[in-house]
Design a protein around this ligand. Sequence first.
Ligand code: ATP
Ligand code: MG
Ligand code: MG
Ligand code: MG
Length: 472
Amino acid sequence: KYYGLNELREMFLTFFESKGHLRLPSFPLVPENDPSLLLINAGMAPMKPWFKGEEEPPRKRVCTCQKCIRTGDIENIGHTARHGTYFEMLGNFSFGDYFKHDAIQWTWEFLTDPKWVGLEADRLYPSVYLEDDEAFNIWRDVVGIPEDRIYRMGKEDNFWEHGSGPCGPCSEVYYDRGEAFGCGSPDCKPGCDCDRYMEVWNNVFTQFDNDGEGHYTELAQKNIDTGMGLERLAVVCQNVNSLFDVDTVMNITNKVSDITGAHYGDSEASDVSLRIITDHIRSATFMICDGVLPSNEGRGYVLRRLLRRAARHGKLLGVNEPFLYQIIDTVIHENEGEYKDLRQKQDYITKVIRTEEENFAKTIDGGMKIFSELLAEHKAKGETQFAGSDAFKLYDTYGFPVDLTEEMVRDEGMTLDRAGFDQEMEAQRVRARKAREALGDLGWSGVEFGKEVPATVFDGYAQTTLTGAKVL
Ligand code: ATP
Ligand code: MG
Ligand code: MG
Ligand code: MG
C-alpha cells in the first residue's frame, strides 16, 4: 500500500506510542551542550545524557523523528539512491527499560504487519553482529526468520562504538529492492554498498561500557537506540527509485526543475545537479531555521559550502541569477505540517540564502575563469596536482570553499595539495593576528583566531545575530 512521507512519520510515532513511548518533537539541528558534535547526525545524539545515566529522561521509553545532517555523505548525494545530507531519522529509545526481545519484535511488527507498513516479509533481511547469538536467536526463534536469511556482520557494520563509553552490537534490516538496483556482482548481498539491499533500520543495543583500552564490561543500564531513515522507508513503501523520488522530495525537485528549466531524466549529469540542489536547499533551509548562518568556520562553513555547491550546480544547469531562495517556499510547504517554525521564519531564511547567493554571484564568474586558467596552466606543465596556493587564491579572493575547489579539481582527474592550502590558511591567520595586535584590538583578546568564532555577524539586517558557534 502507498503511504506518503508525512503519513509514515505519523504512523511510526503512533506505533511506538501504542507501545508505551513518549513522543518528543525533533531536537534542533544545532546540538545543545555537546562540543563534540557540529550538527545532530542521529536520533540518539541529543539524548546522550539519558543514555549515560547523567540525566533523568522524561520517560524510560521515548520516540522521535529527528532532523539530521550528515556532511560525511556529501559525495554520495545524487549518485546513490539512499543518501541525503539532510534526512529525518525515526527512532525508538529505551533507557534501561526494554531490550533486544521487544525491540526486534516491534521492528518486525511495524515493518510487516498490514495494520502498519505491511512490507513483504520475503524482501526483508536482518543482520546481527557476529557474536550476538542473543539477537540471532530472537530473529530465528521468536520472529521466525529462516537461518540463512539472517546475516552475521563484523564490527565495521554492526558494532556501534564512539571512543570510550556506552557501546554495543547492532541489528539492521535490509530491504531487497530487486536485481534491477543491484551492482551485478555475484557477491551482492545485504551489506553490499550498492542500492539493491537498502539498509532501512538500525537497532543499536548499548549493553557494554568500553573503558577506552578495549575492555568491555556489561552496563547496569542496558539501552535501546534505533534509527530508521524516514525517506528510505518512503522509498520502499512508495516503490520509487531513490530518496529524490519520494513524494515530498520530488515536489521540491520539480520546483528546481521549473526554475532551472532542466527536466528530470534529460541526462545523468543534469539529474545529479537537480538532486544536489534539491538536497542542499533542504539542508540549508533547516539549518538556517535552527540558527546557523553562513560563515568560514564550523557549522557556518558547512552551510556556506552547501549553498555555494548548490549555486555552482545551478550554473552547470545554465542559471546565472540567484535562484535558490525561490525554492524555499516549496521546501516549507512540504515540511510545515511537522515543523511549524519554518513558515514563521520564512522571510529570514529567504534573506539569508539570497544574500549568500548574491555575495557568491559577484565572484563566481571571476573565480570560475581563474580556475580554468590555473587548471590549464597545470595541465600544460603536465602536473596532476593543483597547487594549494591556487586553491587559497580562489578561497581568499573569490570565496570558493576549498572543498568545492577540491571537488572541481577531482572532476578534472587531478588532486589538490590540501596541505599546501592549509599552510596558506595558517599564514593568513598569523598575518591577521599580527594586524590586530598592531591595532591594539583588545576585543579579540583571549580568542584564538580561527579556532573559535565569538559571533557570526550577519549584516543584512539591523539586528545582529549571535550564534556563538564553537568551531571544531
Ligand atoms: P548506510 O550504510 O546506508 O550509509 P548507515 O549505516 O551509515 O547507512 P546508520 O548510521 O546506521 O546509517 O543510521 C541509521 C539509519 O538512518 C540508516 O539505517 C538509514 O535508514 C538512515 N540514514 C543514514 N544515513 C542516511 C543518509 N545520508 N540519508 C538518508 N538516510 C540515512
Ligand atoms: Mg552511512
Ligand atoms: Mg550501514
Ligand atoms: Mg547502519
